[in-house]
Each structure stands twice: as C-alpha cells, then as structure tokens.
Design a binder for this molecule. Structure first.
Ligand SMILES: [Zn+2]
Length: 411
C-alpha cells in the first residue's frame, strides 16, 4: 500500500488515527481519492472531512533559515467543505462543524469567493460557542484568511458579501498611477480581488518597466504588479532552495553584490553569479536577539545583462530606511559578515577575516585587504558549490585583535 493510500484508509476508518504529516505528502491523487470516496459514501462524514481539511490546510515547506514557509491547499479545502455543507444535517457534532467551517471560511476569504465565504461564515458563527473576540487575533489580516469574529472581521465579511471590496479595487485601478507609487495596501487589495493573489514581500521596483516585484504571502511564488494587475513572474525563480549548487555551477566568481542595512540588523542584499541573482532580506527579532532571513530567492533571467539590470533595480529601489553599505566592511559600522550553513559567520576586516557570531574576532591574516577579499570570495564559492547555503548576514564591529602575549585567545 502506498503512503497516500494509507492516509486515505485511515481517513475513512473511524477507529484509526490519521498519521501526522499528510500536508507534507499531499498530492492531487490523494485529493481525488478522498473526494471520490466521500462522494461514493453517504452522509456528511464529518470526522473524515475534519481530519482531511485540518491535515492539508497547511503544508510545511522547506527550511533554510529556521523559518518555516507554508502553502495552503485552499481549493481542495473549499471542495471538501462544499461537499460537507451540502450533506450536513442539524445535530452534527458542532465542535467539528466549527473547525471544518473555520478552515472553509479562511480558504474562501483568501480566494475571494464571496458567496462561500459569507455563507460558511454565517454557519460558523451560528455553531461557534464562546463570546465573540473584542480584538482581531492572529498574524494574518482578513484578506489573507485571518478571519475570526472580532468586530473588524464581522464588518469586513459584510463588505465582502456586499461587493464593497470590488468597488474599492475598481476605484484604485481607475485612479491608476505608476506601479512603484502605489501604497502596499492598495496593491494587496487589487491583487486579492482581481487575481486572488497575495503579494507580501516587496522585492524591488522597476521604474522604467513600471513593475514591482513581490514574493507572495506563503512564500510560494514570485509575482509582478504592473499598475493594472498582478501576474506570475516573467522570469524563472526559485524560492529558498535547499541548495544553491545549480546557480553557481558555472561561476568562477561573484559578479555583482549589493548590501543595505536598516538600523544595525535589518538587511537586504543581492548577489549575482552570471545570469542568476540571489535576493535576501532579514529582519531583527527581539526575542531571538538577531536578524533572521525572511526569504531568499533566485531570479534567473535568460542573460547576465538582464540579471545585472535586476540587481541595479534592486539597489535603486531599496526602502527609504535602508542605507547601502560597502560590500565587505564599513570603517564606522563594522564588517559585513556572511553566515553559510554549517560554518561560522565570516567577513573581511582590514587585511584579516573576522569570524564568529556574537563578537566577531579577527583570525586569518592576509597580505592586504584585497587579498583577504579575494580569498573570502573563493571560499564562499567553494561552499556554495559544495551545497552550503547563505543563511544570514550580520553587521559586526570586530573585537580588537588579541595581543601577542594574550595566551587565552580561544575562539
Ligand atoms: Zn478579526
């Protein structure tokens, strides 16, 4: 029996526990098989539908920086919920009903399915117990599928049902204007209403081409806004790959770099190897005491010239709070240290390499700064070709070099 078959068997066996990790192995065949058996059976099969939509509404993605990415099987959740609502009868286990409807409402709202979102929301509120929330809870906004029964969400669901968001999006499109000048919220609204997409992380803008590039909410795709609509990326992209080997296979050096910091820790950076461009962004998290990479994405246009243009656009459209720093080190702000998987962070400081995390220490010494840079560039390329990935950047002022008679120079 295949893995997928085992999930299907467990879903339809009232005495079996459904194994963990269905979201990880989910495939269209699993969905087809589950729906066929649901349709062939009788009754709403509340337990089965509940286990299924709970298992697939989140799909754990790849790991790179320790942050999890996820994509959601919205259409499949909606199809299963549809099936359940059609066969559902009064007296169904209301706790499971609330959970099924909750997943359905989130998916339908995110996909801008006005009819289903409003109808399922009304049912969900009817069966939900406990007082309504006074304040919106959770990380996601209403249009991103973060729907609860706070006053804002109740009002937004009325607006959704009544077509208010359609009218707001139409008004924004009528007003027009260069893509790069649109407020983020306006782009998000138009993308949601017209394309059911969720541009989330703004990568860069291209003034001449009148385009703004984004990564979507669940870090699943790159999308481009041109002032009228949001469409799939015009160039091949790879989000958070497990390895960068394929992108540097033919490289003999890094051809172009840009590094910018906001404050001491938030960064944006680009590196180009031939026609492949790696874009990264990191945000400082107080709870973890350091910046962590939010995303990394490779863009691979057909030519190195086009790739070089993307890096220039990236550098020219950094958010206002970001300041470009020299690629390797800034005398006043410190060494720009790069962390590769399985290695200590390393940067250049004068004629030395600075290594370590909390306090960068100087270790290897070279004849001069250029020699230190050349050696580090070669080291980086070796690591990339060996399958290591760049996972973070730090701006650190190295500690003074231990003096000759400091025998306790451990690091
Ligand atoms: Zn809310």
């Amino acid at each position: 029996m295949s893995d997928l078959d085992r999930y299907v068997e467990a879903l339809f066996d009232d005495d079996a526990d459904v194994p963990e990790g269905m979201g990880r192995v989910w495939a269209p065949e699993l969905h087809r098989s589950v729906m066929a058996r649901l349709r062939a059976g009788s009754g709403p099969r509340t337990r089965t539908v509940h286990e299924y939509v709970s298992g697939i509404h989140k799909t754990p993605g790849t790991y790179r920086s320790g942050r999890r990415t996820e994509s959601r099987n919205d259409r499949e959740v909606m199809e299963a919920t549809d099936h359940w609502v059609e066969r559902w009868v009064e007296g169904t286990d209301s706790e499971l009903a609330v959970r099924i409807l909750g997943h359905g409402v989130e998916a339908a709202t995110r996909r801008y399915d006005r009819g289903r979102a409003a109808a399922w929301y009304a049912l969900w509120r009817r069966y939900k117990t406990g007082r309504p929330l006074r304040k919106h809870r959770g990380f996601h906004t209403f249009m991103e599928g973060g729907v609860d029964d706070c006053p804002d969400c109740v009002r937004d669901m009325d607006r959704l049902a009544g077509g208010e968001f359609d009218r707001a999006a139409a008004a924004l499109l009528d007003a027009g204007g260069p893509a790069a000048d649109w407020p983020e919220q306006a782009v998000k609204l138009v993308a949601w209403v017209t394309e059911q997409r969720h541009p989330s992380f703004r990568l860069f803008a291209q003034r001449a081409a009148d385009r703004v590039w984004y990564i979507d909410l669940f870090r699943a795709s790159v999308v481009v806004f041109d002032g009228r609509s949001v469409a799939a990326s015009p160039v091949p992209f790879t989000l958070s790959p497990a390895s960068d080997v394929d992108f540097v296979a033919d490289a003999t050096r890094c051809d172009q770099q840009t590094v910018a910091f906001s404050g001491k820790h938030n960064y944006r950076a680009a590196q180009r190897y031939g026609r492949h461009v790696l874009l990264m962004e990191g945000t400082y998290y107080t709870s973890r005491g350091q910046a962590e990479m939010n995303y990394s994405v490779w863009l691979s246009p057909p030519t190195a010239e086009e790739a070089a243009g993307l890096v220039e656009d990236f550098a020219a459209s950094l958010p206002r709070s970001f300041r470009r720093v020299p690629i390797w080190s800034d005398p006043r702000r410190g060494s720009v240290m790069r962390k590769y998987s399985g290695e200590f962070a390393v940067g250049v400081w004068g004629s030395s390499w600075a290594t370590g995390l909390q306090g960068a220490r100087l270790d290897r010494e070279f004849a001069g700064e250029q020699e230190a840079i050349t050696a580090l560039e070669a080291q980086e390329l070796d690591w990339l070709k060996a399958g290591k990935v760049l996972t973070n950047l730090y701006l650190r002022m190295p500690e003074p070099k231990p003096s000759q008679n400091d025998t306790n120079g451990s690091h």
